[in-house]
Write a protein that binds this ligand. Structure first.
Ligand code: SF4
Ligand code: SF4
Length: 363
């Protein structure tokens, strides 16, 4: 299949669906597959994948959106920094609308604070070059896909001797929280649709410990409807065979070795550390913090500021949604008080959020 349209071919999709129904027809149990990529969450809703599956297979969404999993105290920290006259916050678009405890970056921007939307950490670097009298703070929110680009920007800033470029770090890694959720008896995860872009960096072997220790099937899956149907079929096959392993459905992008160059840049600048996940809490070793030799770029250490005591909206169920324990429709605020125009929680803000996906596509 050479062109993208081929991955949306209705006739092939029907055959795959029939094959999947036949495969699990005699299976008496329930298979619960979790996707841990915001783009999968969106694509599953957009293409109505759930409605095509046999009753034996249930899809749940996990902590796959980096904006959603970033806790409220991080937003509060960014808001506090934005209020400093010498600071300009540089961030990807979704973050500015995420509600903090009492404000958001968007609200601070409307009050005159320096908040700029950028499309890459290099844009933030360019801002630092253009405004030597300001401190440019890039919001380092993302998984293993974003972290190498941030590390690259830090190395460039170091080479250029830029002393006004900082990162407020919240980068996270994906396999460790997958292991945490796999051991949650309430969830009973039978298999993971592993993220595509993240896996292109970390490589399939990154999931080997998860499979070895938790016996959970893992399939790295692409974003098109046929990719996802095939990925689900591969997971179901592993469950039926009782032989969990890591497989790559998305082999047109993901190489067995991942991207060693990107990992090398990441590891040059960052070191694993404990980090908090919205709804899950602190997961040891799941974050990426600056190595000591790059502490000069760490906004948290270099720009002291008072941050308010964090407060979540009492009605928001984002935390439970990110663990796959409830669906957006279970939240009493969904569609009534909480909408994409006026979001209460991060899961409704982000373009990859589970609540935003269900609001837009209905399932
Ligand atoms: S960066 Fe790519 S792999 Fe990671 S959550 Fe977003 S779409 Fe999924
Ligand atoms: S619908 Fe809104 S309030 Fe409810 S869980 Fe989702 S983001 Fe939170």
């Amino acid at each position: 299949m050479k062109y993208l349209d081929a991955f949306r071919d209705g006739a092939v999709a029907r055959k795959l669906v029939e094959k999947l129904h036949a495969r699990v027809a005699d299976y008496a149990g329930q298979m619960t597959f979790m996707e841990v990529c915001g783009t999968h969450t969106m694509a599953i809703s957009q293409h109505g994948i759930r409605s095509l599956l046999p009753e034996q297979i249930r899809l749940i969404s996990g902590p796959g959106c980096p904006v959603c999993v970033t806790p409220v105290d991080y937003v509060d920290h960014a808001v506090a920094l934005a209020r400093l006259p010498e600071v300009i916050i540089a961030t990807f678009g979704d973050m500015i609308r995420v509600p903090g405890s009492s404000s958001s970056l968007q609200r601070e921007q409307a009050r005159g604070a320096g908040v700029r939307i950028v499309y890459s950490p290099l844009d933030a670097l360019a801002l630092a070059q253009k405004h030597p009298d300001k401190k440019i703070v890039f919001l380092g929110v993302g998984f293993e896909t974003t972290a190498p680009t941030i590390a690259g920007a830090v190395l460039t800033a170091q080479r250029q001797g830029l002393s006004n470029f900082f990162v407020l770090g919240a980068n996270k890694t994906i396999p460790i929280p997958m292991a945490v959720l796999a051991s949650d008896p309430e969830l009973q995860v039978s298999g993971y649709l592993c993220p595509a872009h993240v896996s292109a960096i970390i490589g399939p072997q990154a999931y080997a410990p998860l499979v070895a220790q938790q016996k959970v099937p893992c399939v790295i899956t692409g974003f098109e409807p046929l990719d996802m149907l095939q990925g689900i079929d591969m997971l179901a096959t592993q469950v039926l065979e009782g032989q969990p392993r890591v497989e790559t459905q998305y082999s047109r992008i993901v190489r067995p070795e991942g991207n060693p160059q990107a990992r090398a840049v990441l590891e040059q600048v960052f070191i694993p550390c404990d980090t908090p996940w919205r709804g899950i809490g602190v997961i040891p070793g799941s974050g990426l913090c600056f190595r000591e030799e790059f502490a000069a770029f760490d906004a948290a250490r270099q720009i002291p500021v008072d941050v308010e005591t964090p407060r979540e909206h009492p009605g928001c169920l984002c935390g439970e949604i990110l663990k796959g324990k409830v669906r957006p429709a279970d939240c009493p605020l969904f569609r009534t008080i909480c909408t994409p125009e006026d979001p209460v929680g991060a899961c409704m803000v982000s373009s990859e959020g589970t609540c935003a996906a269900e609001y837009k596509y209905g399932i």
